[in-house]
Design a protein around this ligand. Sequence first.
Ligand SMILES: Nc1ncnc2c1ncn2[C@@H]1O[C@H](COP(=O)(O)OP(=O)(O)OP(=O)(O)O)[C@@H](O)[C@H]1O
Ligand SMILES: [Mg+2]
Length: 474
Amino acid sequence: MPDSLHSVLRRQLKRCFGSLDAVPAALQPLVAMVDETYQQADADRRMLERSLDLSSQELLDANAQLRQAITGLRLAHQDMEARVVERTSALEAAQERLRQTTKMEAVGQLAGGVAHDFNNLLTVIGGCTDLLLASADVRDENRGDLNEIRRAALRATALTQQLLAFSRRQVLQPETIDLTQAVLGLQKMLRRVIREDIALVVDASDAAWVCVDPNQFEQVVLNLVLNARDALPEGGAIRLSVSHEQPPADAASQPGGAGDEYVCVRVADNGVGMTPDVRDRVFEPFFTTKERGKGTGLGLASVYGIVRQSNGSIAVDSVPGGGSTFTIFFPASQPEPGARPPERTDEASGGRRETVLLVEDENAVRRVVRAMLERHGYQVMEAGSAFDACDVFEEHADHIQLLVTDVVMPGMNGPALAQRLVAAKPELPVLFISGYTDLDPNALGLGHRNVGFLSKPITAERLAAKIREIFALS
Ligand SMILES: Nc1ncnc2c1ncn2[C@@H]1O[C@H](COP(=O)(O)OP(=O)(O)OP(=O)(O)O)[C@@H](O)[C@H]1O
Ligand SMILES: [Mg+2]
């Protein structure tokens, strides 16, 4: 009941009866009821006021919480946007790396195919020239021209070899070696090839075991140091180091292999450096900024191929005027003491008239290799295909002491032929000759150690030396 109504009622009662106590008894319960109703209404009002106070506080609290949540959301949104930008650029970088790798793979396949065909041609050119030079029938005035042809063939062989290295199809002979010792052993030769105004600082002390082809590793270091020398026309310093490190995520190719220990070989110079455009293309075959006739652009392409074929990765860091750093990571290996293969012997050439079964589908190559074998004293039986070879073998199995076969041939390939003949004559030594090969001798299941590989182009000397090596293992 509102205050005013209650007071008006009491005032009227006072006016009528003089005082409230004078109100007749019959009306007293009514007065009491009015008072009670008033008190009740007053209590309700107070309670309502209290609860209103309370809910407005809750409203304030809820509002503050809402504001806090909105700020949190805004921060989360900003964080999300930053992460999207970061992820997008990481994705773009990964896509660019993939594009580069795919391009290198495609160029590598093309280069490998070209090198394979060239190796056959070079075997014929070099082989015939060698045979002519060794023959007494050639007139002296023609020998100069023959030597020119021979030199050109050798130069072409070196180029083809670099192409093969780039396409990762050259035959590697990996060994577990200590790269620190390998680098220390190279110092002297490296100092000879750089100029006197360039300092070579070598930082290699701890043993760093890695499974690589030692000769190819030398090629890698030599190429990098020669490039560094060329980038220092006014002199400067080349730093060559070997250490144990982790590869960065953006290495041009990620190392394969088990374990996460890596050996890092770094060649750094303080020379002219590279623009980003040049840096992005350095590993492409035939990419060079050197003037015509000065560089082939195959140096780093072959470095890239050798490193990749050895399960390694390579990264380049360079700024114009700020020098360049090439960093190679190889998966670390455990040392294998005494695992070196037998050294080549340089004893005088010449077979003991052992009989060789020569299998090669290219007629010109077969003719040249046959002539080389005969010149070194071997008896030769030949076949133009693996199927013909099986027929020859069936008839002369007792006499044949060595199988020399091409790897890639139509119909049945060299390894399949070797497996078939070795099944019939278990200790038959085998020499594979090939323009390139991805073959792993251990994977052939030939079951014996006297298996060899010789990459084309073949020279009479390399062929004879390899055969001697194989017979020495028998
Ligand atoms: N250390 C370096 N500093 C600056 N530029 C370099 C360096 N190494 C390589 N380059 C650049 O990369 C290019 C390609 O190098 P690569 O070794 O493949 O070929 P090249 O040295 O030009 O020729 P080649 O090695 O076949 O004689 C070089 O022409 C040069 O522009
Ligand atoms: Mg070079």
